[in-house]
Design a protein around this ligand. Structure first.
Ligand SMILES: Cc1cc2nc3c(=O)[nH]c(=O)nc-3n(C[C@H](O)[C@H](O)[C@H](O)COP(=O)(O)O)c2cc1C
Ligand code: SF4
Length: 453
């Protein structure tokens, strides 16, 4: 037969064949950075905004204000965390990324009035200096954790798990354990590190409550405490985190980024961000804490539409990691030969785990690091953050809202049945009353309230 009739199998696709043969050669599973590459997940793109027309009046962009400020821990701690826009730079460890990248993110976040987060591996002095508002992570690994830095934090984030590897500990391959990383983490130089999958000193939500009390005492009741969980059993976990005493709950969907995770886990563990936000918002609402406890959602958020839709579905703030790296230059079409040497190309790179990042972000190699000028990079990240804010305001104003946080599910319609079922947002073409499962929606006292029929 001629070539034109050669059929490829869906079951035994070229990717699957490649994967099996790579495992056969390596004798282990694949580990890589970035995020799942699944193409079939429901996403925020399945939703559209229903802008104001006659039934609602839009706001004028040039003259009418659209507020973006969010405060975390208000009425609960002495020094609540004020964010000028509902975006936070997600925790990315010193080790996964280097001090130049941390500095750039810190400068940009400070200019935009938002926070950065240490991630694993401790508080780097450059990061503390660059970031006016810095969230300090407390992870199962305890790498770089010390009471001195805890007291210098503007918020504390207890990490139960992250979306890219929920239920598994972290991985930092030896090639990234430079002298500075080893010193900060108290580790031997150049040796692969596996960090634990759960905290050594508490086993469940009741113990976690005690741990939170201890941190409150250690920080003099000054700063908010978050609990971060990879999206899996979101509805129950959110209620338990609230009961344990968190001021904010961070839910990281299965699209969440990483510097190194088993690929099989990236693709097959956790639930998508769009489903996670709905479950978490509903759980908080049910226990009457939707306003008091802030909901922070991460995982695959890349533009103001994703962010505004997450907020409309119940989030208060979005948490962004990978897109911040992209703004720094990740996957940019420069140093193309170095991408090729890694077996990849710009826009397809997921090689953070190798420590050979072509653009100088996910590497501790001084020669590669020199490719990232923190001051120039900070300008790019600042521009990106400002664009996100303006995009969110476009949607809020066009829906007639003077605060981004006032976006709600009635501002949305779903383009697909799947996403409609997942979110409860009516499918396009069917008003709220004709949709058989659309719950009666009330927007009383600014709360998102679903009442099942
Ligand atoms: C390079 C990199 C390093 C990360 N390191 C950490 C970490 O140390 N601790 C943590 O809780 N999450 C870590 N994450 C996950 C982020 O905090 C966040 O949950 C995730 O990036 C959100 O998804 P997004 O990347 O699609 O925005 C990391 C993510 C990336 C991309
Ligand atoms: S360009 Fe660098 S930061 Fe981006 S995916 Fe590749 S190795 Fe990671």
């Amino acid at each position: 037969m001629e070539n034109s009739t050669i059929r490829k199998s869906k079951v035994w696709s070229p990717e699957k064949i490649d994967e099996i043969q790579e495992k056969a050669e390596l004798g282990r599973y694949r580990i890589r950075g970035q995020a799942t590459k699944r193409q079939d997940l429901p996403s925020f793109d399945d939703l559209v905004f229903t802008p104001a027309g006659l039934s609602r009046v839009a706001l004028e962009g040039y003259r009418e204000k659209c507020d973006t400020r969010v405060v975390i821990g208000e009425g609960r701690v002495k020094r609540p965390l004020v964010l000028e826009t509902p975006i936070m730079v997600a925790g990315m460890s010193f080790g996964a990324i280097n001090s130049n990248a941390k500095k750039a993110l810190g400068i940009a976040a400070t200019r935009c009035g938002i926070s950065t987060c240490t991630g694993d591996g401790g508080m780097h002095p450059v990061e503390r200096e660059a970031s006016e508002k810095l969230v300090y992570q407390l992870l199962p690994s305890r790498y770089g954790l010390n009471p001195y830095d805890l007291k210098r934090a503007d918020a504390v984030e207890i990490v139960v798990s992250q979306g890219a590897k929920p239920g598994t500990g972290g991985t930092l391959l030896g090639q990234k354990v430079s002298e500075e990383v080893a010193n900060m983490r108290d580790l031997p130089l150049g040796v692969d590190q596996r960090s634990p999958c759960r905290h050594p000193d508490w086993m469940g939500p009741d113990d976690l409550g005690v741990k939170i009390d201890q941190i409150r005492i250690a920080t003099n009741y000054e700063v908010p405490i978050f609990i971060k969980i990879g999206a899996g059993r979101v509805y129950d976990d959110t209620k338990l985190a609230a009961k344990a005493g968190a001021d904010a709950i961070v839910i990281d969907g299965m699209e969440g980024g990483t510097a190194a995770s088993p690929e099989i886990q990236l693709d097959h563990t956790g639930i998508p961000t769009i489903a996670a936000v709905v479950e978490a918002a509903e759980a908080l609402h049910e226990i009457g804490m939707k306003d008091e406890i802030k909901l922070i959602i991460g995982g695959g958020i890349s533009n103001g539409a994703d962010a505004a839709k997450a907020i409309a579905l119940g989030a208060d703030v979005v948490y962004i990691g990978t897109a911040m790296l992209v703004a720094l230059n990740c996957n940019k079409s420069i140093y193309v030969e170095d991408y090729k040497a890694l077996g990849t190309e710009p826009s397809a790179c997921h090689h953070c785990h190798t420590g050979k990042c072509p653009v100088g972000i996910a590497t501790q190699d001084p020669a590669l690091m020199a490719r990232l000028d923190p001051d120039e990079a900070a300008d790019r990240v600042e521009n990106y953050m400002n664009s996100l804010t303006m995009e969110m305001q476009i949607f809020a104003r066009s829906c007639g809202k003077s605060r981004v946080v006032d976006l709600d599910p009635t501002d949305l319609r779903s383009l697909t049945w799947n996403t409609s079922m997942i979110t409860g947002v009516p499918i396009v073409g069917m008003g709220t009353t004709r949709n058989p499962y659309w719950a009666d929606y009330h927007h009383a006292t600014g709360q998102h309230e679903f009442v099942a029929k």
